[in-house]
Design a protein around this ligand. Structure first.
Ligand code: CA
Length: 418
């Protein structure tokens, strides 16, 4: 499918992240307006809350866009999702007779501040990238025991915190925590010295489920995807992770991109998971292409300096799809709700420049990176800005998510000292 032409001229460039083929969903405010729902088109945002109030978009008897998040639409399900996409495509396509009505409802992105695009119900994070699990397992337990015995049979996950999920652009405060002592004894309480990123995709549950669902059903329940940075304190993690997995190491913040790219926009980029090392049990077997070919990158910029690209990889490197993760999540009968966020797990490729965390890129601090500025880094220093980018390249067009950015601020004074 080629580039779909819009009367919004900036949307018609082959390299622009927001052509008519994309139509991602966000929440924005301006100097004069409170946070509201909007759709990115070229350099502009279509104010969908105002469009619904004006009767330009009518999908339901009840308003779907009078709250500053997309959950009411997500809950409606695939038929209404498709109806909105069709309506938006009609209103924004070249040659529409609605142009004069829509033009008044466009806001330049440069004048908008972005907010969380959806209310996160619960947040689960997985550990489903094979190269990442192999690398981290090798560092923590040795190459022989890198992958735990369950890893090739289930997508391993843990229940994270919805309360600490933030939108791109939110500053991240370096956490304090309990760090391991020299010999598994004498731990100390100090600011994390090994603060890190994790390059991930986040899948957003649209329609709820109550009981086990199949991989195909799970795919149907997913509304869309965001870029996700699971900020991780490696020194807190190393001390706390056994036997119940990460806890405070992952509880400081998780950043997501400002735009939700819908499953419909990503349809042309579907691809298969890699070959299975061992056959999965029937209920988790692949039943169609449910990963996506999305180029991902990470840049790092010391305070007030230019950014260096430190990693390039692709979402197609995951061993498990989000649909397999959601299906596995439901096997126990666990109810899944509109707005549940599933982190893919860190996405790393097979070679060094494809690693999606500093832990892997610097091999636990043994091989520091040299940035273009000449500085070296093993982990994040105060003032560093980390940016995740995601791009799906179509036939004459590009699908983007908006950058997922965070700047790390110095730790505050010891919170327990008065
Ligand atoms: Ca993670």
């Amino acid at each position: 499918m080629p580039l779909k032409k819009s009367w919004v001229a900036s949307a018609n460039s082959a390299d622009h992240p927001f052509p008519l083929n994309n139509l991602p969903y966000g929440v924005f405010s301006t100097k004069n307006t409170e946070p509201r729902c909007g759709v990115a088109i070229g350099d502009m945002i279509f104010d969908i809350t105002a469009a619904e109030a004006d009767g330009l978009v009518a999908l339901s008897d009840e308003p779907l866009f009078d709250l500053p998040f997309w959950n009411p639409l997500m809950e409606e399900g695939p038929a209404v999702w498709a109806a909105l996409r069709n309506r938006l495509t009609t209103l924004l396509a070249e040659g529409t007779d609605a142009r004069h009505k829509v033009e008044n409802l466009l806001v330049p992105q440069s004048e908008a501040q972005m907010h969380m695009p959806f209310a996160v119900s619960e947040y689960t994070d997985f550990y489903a990238g094979r190269h990442h699990a192999q690398n981290v397992g090798t560092m923590f337990r040795g190459a022989e025991n890198a992958l735990p015995p369950n890893w090739l049979h289930i997508p391993i996950g843990y229940n994270g915190r919805a309360s600490s999920v933030v939108v791109s652009g939110t500053d991240i405060r370096r956490p304090w925590g309990q760090l391991k002592g020299p010999n598994d004894d004498a731990p100390r309480f100090a600011p994390s010295l090994r603060f890190d990123i994790e390059l991930e995709m986040g899948a957003i549950v649209g329609t709820p489920s109550d009981g086990p669902i199949s991989v195909q059903q799970a795919d149907d329940h997913i509304f869309g995807y965001v870029l996700l940075n699971d900020w991780s304190a490696r020194d807190i993690q190393a001390w706390e992770y056994q036997p119940l997995g990460p806890f405070q190491a992952k509880a400081t913040a998780t950043s997501v991109s400002p735009w939700i790219v819908t499953k419909a926009a990503l349809e042309p980029f579907r691809c298969d998971t890699p070959a299975r090392v061992v056959e999965l049990l029937d209920h988790l077997k692949d039943c169609g292409p449910m990963l996506y070919d999305i180029d991902l990158s990470v840049t790092m910029a010391p305070e007030s300096q230019t950014a260096t690209t430190i990693a390039n990889t692709n979402y197609n490197q995951m061993y498990y799809s989000a649909a397999q993760q959601l299906a596995h999540h439901s096997t126990s009968g666990c109810p899944m709700n509109t707005g549940d966020l599933l982190g893919s797990g860190t996405i790393s490729g097979p070679t060094k420049p494809e690693r999606g965390s500093l832990l892997e890129l610097s091999w636990g601090g043994k091989e520091p990176l040299t940035l273009d500025t000449g500085e070296t880094r093993s982990f994040i220093e105060d003032g560093d800005t980390l940016t995740l980018k995601g791009t799906a390249r179509g036939d004459g067009y590009t699908i983007g998510f908006g950058d997922c950015v965070g700047t790390v601020l110095p730790a505050l004074a010891n919170p327990y000292e008065t």
